[in-house]
Design a protein around this ligand. Structure first.
Ligand code: ADE
Length: 267
């Protein structure tokens, strides 16, 4: 997969040299390039911002450096009718005004050949850039969550890690992707390692039993309990048709009932 990141703080992205993503880059699984937006300015001061039309606080990113940068990193395959090999590159614009990034979106993006991330700063990028970019990219404003960061760089670190680890070969043991939080719409069960007794706290006995069926059942129950306690909003999104009898009994004990294909709090 090819990934381009455009930012006025390219040093921010140095963390992508480390750990699994850094290794994937070295191994050639991710062709990740970071670009300095100021390299696409033409004035002596390398200006990237200006005051907002209509007034208001802060500065807005000027359109032309963005057009130059985006044309340079991803204009080609997206030009024309978008029917070129593999389709148009996806332009992700991190913004608190975007659609919320989820594991499902990470899986979708992991299927793409080419992602371009445009890191805004200040009050954001001149809106016409997004319209213009729509001619050559699949443009997606994406938010990390309902809070405001100073710029898109931290969001890009999170998204590149979440997407990059789903690219085949990046995570050594792909089994570990199957049982993690959000892979089945539930939070992950708690995990323990040696010693079995630590500061007078014991590992749940079932995990020492060697009974794999019972262990799987206990873990599933823990997933349901945790999700009900921490993220009840997730339970209500699950298709109840996927639940076992034991799941339904656990949910009933947690105060939920199954109505058709939905899980709802019992009234
Ligand atoms: N830029 C500023 N805030 C952001 C957020 N919550 N998500 C993504 N990009 C951002």
């Amino acid at each position: 997969m090819r990934i381009d990141v455009v930012s006025i703080f390219p040093e921010y992205l140095a963390a992508l040299d480390l750990s699994l993503i850094g290794k994937a880059r070295q191994d050639g699984l991710l062709d990740l390039r970071v670009h300095d937006l100021r390299d696409f300015t033409t004035d002596r001061h390398r200006t990237v911002d200006d005051t907002p039309y209509g007034g208001g606080a802060g500065m807005v990113m000027k359109p032309e450096p963005w057009a130059q940068a985006l044309a340079s990193v991803g204009g080609e395959e997206g030009a024309g009718d978008g029917s070129g090999d593999g389709g148009r590159p996806v332009l992700i614009v991190p913004s608190p005004a975007g659609a919320v990034f989820t594991q499902a979106m990470a899986y979708e993006l992991a299927e793409e050949k080419h992602l371009v991330f445009a890191c805004g700063r200040y009050e954001g990028i001149d809106e016409r850039v997004l319209e213009w970019a729509g001619e050559r990219f699949d443009v997606r404003p994406v938010s990390l969550g309902d809070y405001v960061l100073n710029g898109g760089e931290v969001a890009v670190l999170a998204m590149v890690e979440a997407v990059g680890r789903l690219v085949p070969g990046v995570v050594g043991n792909p089994e570990s992707l199957v049982e993690e939080s959000h892979s089945d719409g539930l939070l992950e069960y708690p995990v323990y390692t040696k010693p079995s007794s630590w500061r007078e706290r014991e590992v749940p006995e079932i995990l020492l039993s060697g009974n794999h069926g019972k262990i799987a059942q206990w873990r599933r129950g823990q997933q349901l309990q945790r999700t009900a306690a921490r993220r009840p909003d997730l339970l209500e999104k699950i298709d109840a048709g996927t639940l076992s009898k034991a799941d339904k009994a656990e949910l009933a004990a947690l105060g939920y009932e199954v109505a058709g294909d939905r899980i709802l709090p019992r009234r």
